[in-house]
Design a protein around this ligand. Structure first.
Ligand SMILES: C[S@@+](CC[C@H](N)C(=O)[O-])C[C@H]1O[C@@H](n2cnc3c(N)ncnc32)[C@H](O)[C@@H]1O
Length: 261
């Protein structure tokens, strides 16, 4: 995966969608044991690890990712936020045999399970890693953020997302899986599912323009030869002309599943 701008995009996601992230961490915090030992699978730039460390006093986090760049960035953020002493990082490819994670109370996987080559195997490994009654948290995207609904660029943004969805499918990513069924099949019980329909309208968080720009430019980058040249030009114009617009919004849908081992 190209990490150019992905780190920034992940950091902007938590900044702009902070209400969703706060809601999610609050929910998980109420379900988790005191001072939980947490594993953050596909931890990325550290959104989950940092929020969990901050909000769950006494928690110990193990952040696992295949990317050393992601983990280095996460480490920098954790130290700056003064929670670095409660977060350790492990560089590992979770498509291979899992590292020894020790006793685990919570397995957290946000926007990570769809990357696994064999999600069934990954869920079996998560089951093995958790202590009995331990908590599994899976958060996934139903739709990637759209910023231009109701504007002249709504249709081209829609076509771009449709092509990106095809691209992800061709790449073998496991988007739109029935994770509830998969979790149950892996042996977990008490599955709870919550859907988050995020729809932010002005006044938007200050980082929204940058979030929209990075999102649209990344999408444009992946669409050479997949959209007409007029659509590609329109996307570029939209990305270049976001500053000062008052008609942007942020719409994205996420689903989160909680379950017990
Ligand atoms: C979309 S990002 C999500 C990051 C973070 N969990 C968040 O919610 O912001 C997916 C992350 O999974 C990592 N990843 C993908 N495949 C992986 C694998 N096989 N083993 C470990 N990490 C993986 C990527 O490097 C990336 O950091």
């Amino acid at each position: 995966m190209a990490h150019d701008h992905l780190i920034e995009l992940l950091d902007l996601d938590v900044e702009v969608l902070h209400a969703y992230h706060r809601d999610l961490i609050g929910w998980v915090g109420r379900e988790a044991a005191d001072s939980p030992r947490i594993v953050d699978l596909g931890a990325g730039s550290g959104t989950g690890s940092l929020a969990l460390a901050r909000d769950l006093p006494g928690s110990q986090i193990t952040a696992v990712d295949v990317s050393p760049e992601m983990l280095a960035h996460l480490r920098g953020r954790a130290d700056a936020a003064r929670v670095g002493d409660r977060i350790c990082t492990i560089e590992a490819d979770l498509d291979r045999s899992w590292p020894d994670l020790g006793p685990v109370d919570v397995v957290w996987a946000a926007s990570a399970m769809h990357h696994m080559a064999d999600p069934g195997q990954a869920l079996a490994s998560a089951f093995d890693a958790l202590r009995p009654d331990g908590l599994l948290v899976i958060a996934e995207l139903d739709s990637f953020p759209r910023f231009l609904v109701g504007t002249e660029h709504e249709d081209v943004e829609q076509r771009a997302h449709a092509e990106m969805a095809k691209r992800r499918q061709e790449a073998g990513l496991h988007m739109h899986e029935n994770w509830g069924d998969r979790i149950t099949h892996a042996g977990f019980t008490g599955v709870t599912e919550r859907h988050f329909a995020i729809d932010l309208r002005p006044p938007l968080p200050p980082a929204t323009e940058r979030y929209a720009e990075v999102s649209i430019r990344r999408m444009r980058h992946g669409l050479d030869g997949r959209l007409s040249s007029s659509d590609l030009t329109a996307l570029e114009k939209a990305a270049a002309g976001l500053a000062g617009r008052d008609d942007l919004s942020v719409r994205t849908e996420r689903t989160v599943w909680l379950a017990r081992r």
